[in-house]
Design a protein around this ligand. Structure first.
Ligand code: BDR
Ligand code: CA
Length: 306
């Protein structure tokens, strides 16, 4: 059983990742922390609370940063995830509220309470994670792991020719996170662009798990349209669920060990590159993926829900 905190900007594929974690018997979801990116932090917080309520999971939600560390805030990814984050699904009104601690305070407290046990899984911009490191640098030696959906080594970007969206939204935060001495696993576009689910896959979720699968199918329709228009693919990229699945199933990935840094200015801002800086430690960087293995794990887990 892995104890996981997901830092998220929900977001259609974020919803897939969070519901996978809620259903999996091998993940104890210790909390969600919210961040801007696909939507504003306010909407991300509401959507995080709504996902837990939908799944009947009572984990806490801590509200994250409102803006990037250094650069001006970029527009949320409305065109990818819709104005409210879950495509055309109308906004939900969760009953619970976020805890009083900030996301960074929450992360530091929980990591310190059970050192060696927490896996952080950021699937949005890395602002909260960088702020947590600033708040208490000792968490670097106390986490079990940091599994990041973000970046791209050979695949190019998805918001510019160079940059992946999560890194591009706060490149300075990402570079601080990559400069720390802790065990990162990078799940970037090199693998997440390979993992595609089709409208038929999502329809089958509705049939087998009407509540959670049905919700994901409804939310995914807008996301499918975006992928059809912009990427010319029939289906959608499974970015964030691939990251969560990799925590339980690292055997589905080929890994390299490399130090990383982020370009923080100029035309290539937000690009993730292999670092030559001597003080950077090597991280696990996923380069290849067993596509069918990840797809089947996702679909069968959601179908085992309700
Ligand atoms: C990442 O950006 C967001 O749009 C997705 O939720 C995912 O985390 C993919 O680049
Ligand atoms: Ca995300």
């Amino acid at each position: 059983m892995e104890k996981v905190i997901i830092d998220t900007d929900p977001g259609v594929d974020d919803a897939m990742a969070v519901l996978y974690a809620c259903i999996s018997p091998d993940i104890e979801l210790m909390g969600l922390t919210s961040i801007f990116g696909n939507v504003t932090t306010e909407i991300a917080t509401r959507n995080a609370l709504a996902l837990l309520e939908l799944a009947g999971v009572s984990a806490p939600v801590a509200r994250g940063a409102e803006k990037p560390l250094v650069q001006d805030q970029r527009e949320p990814a409305w065109e990818v995830h819709g104005r409210e984050g879950f495509g055309d699904v109308p906004p939900m009104s969760p009953k619970k509220q976020a805890v009083e601690e900030s996301a960074a305070e929450f992360i530091c407290r929980v990591v310190n309470e059970i050192p060696g046990e927490i896996i952080l899984c950021p699937v949005g911009p890395l602002t909260n994670i960088a702020l947590a490191l600033r708040h208490d640098p000792s968490i670097a030696s106390k986490v079990k792991g940091v599994t990041i959906m973000g970046g791209s080594i050979d695949e190019g970007g998805n918001v510019t020719p160079y940059a992946e969206a999560n890194i591009w939204q706060d490149p300075h935060a990402a570079d601080e996170v990559f400069a720390a001495d802790w065990p990162i696993t990078l799940v970037g576009l090199d693998v997440t662009h390979r993992v595609i689910c089709t409208p038929e896959d999502f329809k089958s979720l509705t049939d087998d798990a009407p509540k959670l699968g049905g919700f994901l199918n409804d939310a995914a329709q807008f996301y499918f349209q975006f992928h059809r228009k912009v990427d010319g693919i029939y289906g959608c990229h499974m970015h964030d669920p691939t990251a969560v699945i990799s925590i339980l199933h690292p055997e589905l990935f080929d890994v390299d060990h490399q130090p990383l840094e982020v370009i923080v200015e100029g035309e290539e801002i937000g690009r993730t590159i292999l670092s030559r800086k001597e003080d950077r430690r090597s991280f696990s960087v996923f380069r290849k993926v067993n596509v069918d293995g990840v797809r089947e794990e996702f679909l069968s887990m959601i179908k085992s829900g309700f």
